[in-house]
Design a protein around this ligand. Structure first.
Ligand code: F6R
Length: 608
């Protein structure tokens, strides 16, 4: 899960490669590197750690080559050292790679036996040697790549430049996204349209199994059987999005604050506000009245959005919902029949396990809907109906605005399917839609509690463990709150169903462990109060996220209360997500962590 770029240019490319890599840093930031041709000879510059280290290196040791490839890494095989950083090279070529070569051990043994000497711990290096081996046998670069590709197992996107070849870049795609872009006498390669946005708005996505030859004059495409193919050119909107932090210190802060706007925009796309009903911007690709079961599959935060939505689909559409994380779902051979619907949820639309789950559901004859943020992504293109979230590019590694937009779309889908199944009356639909219309304003109110949240975060920053509790749809939100805290503050946190506490985790309660309780005033609030009393009785310090009425009714001596605006409870998870995000954000800032690029993580997970 790395970012790759390439340029066959008319002027020096190193600076532009780095510029494109900055837009791909969300895919990984363990190390970075570029390779260009200086007077026809391959030269590399690589650096451990964030991209700025590579920039400093290039400032000290500049490169002038007019053709090159670049890479930002999220380590899979081999530690994040400079030696393991891409591009990997032989005397003949340099290669950048996103993905995993599953059979790299066999290939490495075979090539070692033939005299190839390996210098790194990576799987990628076998690709360099495999193609080199073919060239040593007399093949041209094109022939060598075409011969090597069928021998690679796994998911990958590759970019090659060759020693002595000033006008040749070869790219290949299998299972990992890859796009080429067209400039004026220049061509470009990138993991996504965003990377290429500063250079061009005209791109082509390679299809699975495709490889491509880029020169200054243009791009030729070949399919997996090496037959020449034509692939459509698309105009992208990617460049329209300004990737900056505005007045905020971090992308994550900016994205949290953007939520009232992007959730409003997303809801407006799915609601007919004047009629008080949901109006989907696409036709449902199935007959909802005949649906027997709904399956939701996703990873991480998107999975928690699906878990919240399970409550909505069951309540409003009266349909049984099964939900699983994609990495489990795809391998446990779940029985699916053609009368069911699978919904996958993904911000990036490229998550390898989610994509595999989508393909599995399609193989089983199910119709598929993808709640997805990137309209040009593989998942958006392969599902039967993309239900787009209009969150705009999310740069902070910790997902925030994508989550609340996913919830918004899922709420609309639950209502639309409920109506189509006759499970929801027009009056009830209209009441629910009124509640949804209020959500962006309530989110804005919730975000205004930031000063109080910042204060509370000082307590969290001193803790080594945190418990998050919730009931009903607040339970998955508790898990999402704990995930946010883990990923950016590195504090151990667990999200639990409040009613489960007494079945084990209550043993953990003491004065040193903050217990955050998400408790909108809903039908299970009184039950949550009982659970809070159990915590208080054992000396636990409770941080309550609830409205004033709920806080007063509980009559408990809370460590702190984050007072939320009063609201109908149905869509509280969308609004209550904001304080959970802000708690994690401020805790991480107090602790001095790199909020936008937390350790070991990457934004787009294109490896399984
Ligand atoms: C957490 C986070 C991840 C993603 C997960 C799925 O803040 O961002 O857990 O939600 O990797 O990614 P997408 O939604 O791109 O499929």
């Amino acid at each position: 899960m790395c970012g790759i770029v390439g340029i066959v240019g008319r002027e020096p490319v190193a600076g532009r490669l780095v510029e494109a890599l900055k837009r791909l840093e969300y895919r990984g930031y363990d190390s970075a590197g570029v390779a260009t041709l200086e007077a026809g000879r391959l030269v590399r510059r690589r650096a451990e750690g964030k991209l700025r280290n590579l920039e400093e290196r290039l400032a000290r040791e500049p490169l002038q080559g007019m053709i090159g490839v670049g890479h930002t890494r999220w380590a899979t095989h081999g530690r994040p050292t400079e030696n393991n950083a891409h591009p990997h090279a032989s005397e003949r070529l340099a290669v950048v790679h996103n993905g995993i070569i599953e059979n790299f051990r066999e290939l490495r043994e075979e090539l070692s036996a033939r005299g190839h000497v390996f210098a790194t711990e990576t799987d990628t290096e076998v690709v360099a040697h495999l193609v080199t081996d073919e060239m040593d046998g007399g093949k041209s670069p094109r022939e060598a790549v075409a011969a090597a590709l069928p021998r690679l197992r796994g998911a990958f996107a590759l970019g090659f430049v060759f020693d002595g070849q000033e006008n040749l870049l070869i790219a290949a795609r299998q299972g990992a996204p890859l796009a080429v872009g067209y400039g004026d006498g220049e061509t470009f390669l990138g993991s996504d349209a965003l990377a290429l946005a500063p250079f061009t708005d005209t791109i082509t996505y390679l299809e699975d199994g495709d490889w491509a030859v880029l020169t200054r004059e243009g791009v030729e495409f070949f399919d997996a059987r090496n037959a020449p193919v034509t692939r459509a050119r698309l105009r992208t909107q990617a460049s329209a999005f300004l990737i900056d932090k505005g007045n905020h210190r971090h992308f994550m802060a900016k994205e949290i604050h953007e939520q009232p706007e992007v959730v409003g925009r997303t809801l407006a796309h799915y609601l007919d506000m004047s009629q008080g009903c949901v109006r989907l911007p696409f036709d449902l690709p199935f007959d909802a009245s005949k649906l027997t079961r709904l399956t939701i599959v996703a990873c991480g935060t998107a999975y928690y959005a699906g878990l919240v939505a399970k409550y909505w689909f069951e309540r409003y559409a009266r349909i049984p919902v099964e939900i699983d994380v994609a990495s489990e779902f795809r391998y446990r051979e779940p029985p699916l029949d053609a009368t069911g619907l699978t919904i996958v949820v993904s911000q990036s639309g490229e998550t390898a396990d989610t994509l595999a789950s989508l393909r599995y559901a399609k193989e089983k004859g199910q119709k598929t809907v993808a709640v997805v943020n990137v309209p040009t992504s593989t998942i958006a293109r392969e599902c039967d109906a993309p239900a787009l979230t209009l969150a705009g590019p999310e740069i902070g590694v910790a997902s925030t605005k994508a989550f609340t937009c996913q919830l918004s779309v899922l709420a609309c889908l639950a209502i639309a399917i409920g109506r189509a199944r006759g499970a929801l009356s027009l009056e009830r639909e209209s009441a629910l839609v009124s509640q949804l219309i209020a959500v962006p304003g309530l989110l804005a109110e919730a975000i205004k509690r930031e000063p109080k949240i910042e204060q509370v975060s000082a307590t969290l920053a001193k803790a080594s463990d945190v418990l998050y509790l919730g009931r009903g749809a607040s339970f998955p939100l508790a898990m999402e709150g704990a995930l946010k805290l883990k990923e950016i503050s590195y504090i151990h946190a667990e999200g639990y169903a409040a009613g489960e506490l007494k079945h084990g985790p209550i043993a953990l309660i003491d004065e040193s462990m903050p217990v955050i309780v998400i408790a909108p005033h809903d039908g299970v609030y009184e039950k949550t109060v009982s659970n809070m009393q159990e915590v208080a009785a054992r000396g636990g310090r409770i941080i309550l996220i609830a409205d004033n009425r709920a806080a007063d009714e509980a009559a408990i001596d809370f460590h702190a209360v984050v007072a939320m605006p009063a609201m109908e409870p149905d869509f509280a998870p969308i609004v209550y997500a904001a304080p959970a995000q802000l708690l994690a954000y401020h805790t991480a800032v107090i602790m001095g962590n790199d909020v936008d690029q937390p350790r070991h993580l990457a934004k787009s997970v294109t490896v399984e």
